[in-house]
Design a protein around this ligand. Structure first.
Ligand code: ASP
Ligand code: MG
Length: 405
């Protein structure tokens, strides 16, 4: 007998048939003597629909009211899931985030969890009930409904698993687990059996979107091991856990492709101390997140520097730079263009050399030009042109021996 926290994402609860399918899966485990806490997302597409509806009324809707609105999506699903379980003769009860004791800071639409008591979940479970909890939502100290940022149901599940000291935490989604690359880009990608929190975080930061990154950070901080698996079959998924020594035998675990970057180049800057500081301070103040950076050698007292930002932030970044040039009385923008970030990730890099050499020589032999490079302890990333992206991802995936056998 185990206490299991499960989470079902939007596709897994997309309609009443699928909700009934979830209820059957829950019942099967319950009938084997397990205790279950089940976190659910809004039906797929509902949160986006609610956002769009608000925006037809006001381009910048009030954040508190957005939370009131968005929390509705998950509340629909908890009730329907409980009702589906009842229809199978199962004892089940639903709980909102607030009722589950998820206390957050006041930051509407991106609240952080301050404390999680679990409310009466433990008592309900002990009394034999399956407890269905609304993902993505909490309450702040004033009892106001908050939400945890898009994709936040993952965080609810992992935080609850920690709070109730679950024996297992399972994240059910529409894919079989974490893949060595996005199979839509790299058809030879394969499911990874085990991956460390850190690698999954790097993969997420590098453009692969299976889990909400904040939830993985939480799992890492509190060492909440979890499994990502499909709700549509019984295949084992990917176990996400603390780094194990054996993981170092595999040098590269995955290849990530982020097709959402723009490269911005600033030239003709006065080449003196403090320039980079001013540029990145201004960008930070404008809320622009900068990813890769290169500074070129200054010539004739002028410096130039390039960085990448999310494509959606291109206009904002350019505007911020133009405003700064006015104040400095110098500097200009070269034309910005879209790039793709290709990353290789693996904890094995810590103990193996030659990863960069292999990565770059694979790109070279495929005639892929490297525009920028950045590294961390367990990741090497390059910016390349969008035309090269798919070819490069497939070649690198094969070169590191990741292709499915
Ligand atoms: N429904 C929310 C969203 O779409 C939370 C989640 O699905 O995890 O972002
Ligand atoms: Mg999700």
């Amino acid at each position: 007998m185990a206490l299991i926290v499960q989470k079902y994402g939007g596709t897994s609860v997309g309609d009443t048939d699928r909700i009934l399918n979830v209820a059957k899966k829950v019942k099967a485990l319950y009938d084997k003597g397990n205790q279950l806490v089940v976190v659910v997302s809004a039906r797929g597409g509902v949160t986006n629909e609610l956002v769009a509806r608000a925006k037809t009324l006001n381009a910048e809707p009030d954040q508190r009211e957005m939370d009131m609105l968005l929390a509705v999506g998950e509340q629909e699903t908890i009730a329907l899931t409980a009702i589906a379980l009842h229809s199978l003769g199962m004892p089940a009860v639903s709980r909102t985030g607030g009722q589950a004791g998820i206390l957050t800071d006041p930051a509407h639409t991106k609240a952080r969890i301050m404390d999680i008591s679990g409310g009466d979940i433990a008592a309900q479970v002990k009394a034999g009930k399956v407890v269905i909890v609304a993902g993505f939502q909490g309450v702040n100290a004033h009892g106001e409904v908050t939400t945890l940022g898009r994709g936040g149901s993952d965080l609810t599940a992992i935080a609850l698993a920690y709070a109730v000291k679950a024996d297992e935490c399972q994240i059910f989604t529409d894919v079989d687990g974490i893949y060595s690359a996005d199979p839509r880009i790299v058809p030879a990608a394969r499911k990874i059996n085990e991956i460390s929190y850190e690698e999954l975080l790097e993969m997420a930061a590098s453009g692969s979107k299976v889990m909400q990154p904040r939830s993985v950070e939480f799992a890492q901080k509190f060492n909440v091991q979890f499994e990502v698996r499909s709700s549509f079959n019984d295949n084992p998924g990917t176990l996400v856990k603390a780094e194990a020594p054996s993981m170092e035998d595999i040098v590269v675990s995955g290849v990530a492709v982020d097709k959402n970057q723009t490269k911005i180049t600033v030239s003709e800057l006065p080449d003196k101390p403090g320039m980079a500081a001013q540029i990145f301070e201004r960008l930070a103040q404008s809320g622009v997140i900068v990813d890769m950076i290169i500074q070129n050698v200054g010539r004739g007292g002028k410096a130039n520097l390039s960085f990448t930002v999310n494509r959606d932030d291109r206009k904002k970044a350019e505007g911020t730079m133009n405003a700064l040039f006015k104040e400095l009385g110098g500097g200009k923008l070269d034309p910005s263009y879209d790039v793709v970030k290709l990353s290789v990730v693996g904890v094995g890099m810590r103990s193996h050399s030659g990863v960069a050499a292999k990565f770059f020589s694979t790109l070279a032999s495929n005639a892929v030009n490297i525009l920028m490079i950045s590294t961390s302890e367990i990741k090497i990333a390059v910016a390349i042109t969008p035309e090269d992206a798919d070819k490069a991802a497939n070649a690198v995936h094969a070169a590191f021996g990741l292709n499915a056998k």
